[in-house]
Design a protein around this ligand. Structure first.
Ligand code: CA
Length: 219
């Protein structure tokens, strides 16, 4: 059976050393966050670069970021946006996002990013109620997994036709397969993956980058 190559550590290092173009600020943020107790919540640098490429390919100007953490993905996406680009970012942690803000300022992209410190569903509902449907080109969903289905529904409204929704952690360290794992987060990811496979409103590709990234193009 032909299938996606298995990346050993050496091969992954090769991949990075032959493709990664990371800004010095982004690298410093990634290094600082790697010491954080929740470091695994940070996406891999090759995934961030892949998303930046997608954002450029679709000529995105306005994007949504659901789940900021310490701001690495937003920083890399912001650098890929045009000068008048804008990210509407959602998170609930003042502490985590204070690191994000510091690096966004340092990279000179802070004026592109509007951070809403509130439950993302509140922020997204507010955007929908304020006539912002169809005004976003790209959305990155990487927050509490229990709400993934709801975030996806909101993003389907907020993203324009032909726009892109990227959902992180859809392979969940392989736990999607392990029937002995039955916690709420894992079940929510399984439910969403099953639903997305059948969702006629989007074109789909589940890309095995990072912890699994589902790409959904709104039809
Ligand atoms: Ca993630």
């Amino acid at each position: 059976m032909s299938q996606t190559i298995y990346l050993t550590e050496d091969l992954y290092d090769y991949l990075l050393s032959h493709s990664l173009r990371e800004s010095a600020v982004a690298r410093r943020l990634r290094r600082e966050t790697s010491k954080h107790e929740r470091a695994s919540m940070q996406i891999s640098p090759d995934q961030a670069q892949f998303m930046a490429l997608l954002v450029k390919l679709i000529c995105a100007r306005r994007t949504l970021e659901i789940g900021v953490f310490t701001g690495y993905s937003a920083l890399v996406v912001a650098l890929a946006l045009p000068a008048d680009g804008e990210i509407v970012a959602c998170d609930v942690s003042e502490e985590w996002t204070s690191t994000a803000r510091r690096y966004w300022r340092e990279a000179g992209v802070d004026q592109k990013i509007t951070l809403h410190l509130a439950p993302a569903l509140e922020t997204l509902t507010h955007l929908i109620d304020n006539g912002q449907e169809g005004t976003f080109d790209f959305a990155f969903i990487d927050a509490d997994k229990e709400n993934y289905g709801r975030y996806h529904e909101c993003c389907l409204k907020l993203v324009r036709q032909g726009g892109l929704i990227a959902i992180d952690n859809v392979l969940w360290g392989g736990r999607v397969l392990d029937v002995s794992v039955r916690d709420e987060e894992t079940q929510a990811i399984r439910r969403l993956n099953k639903a997305l496979h059948q969702d006629p409103r989007v074109d789909i590709s589940l890309v095995p980058v990072g912890d699994g990234l589902s790409l959904l193009r709104k039809k």
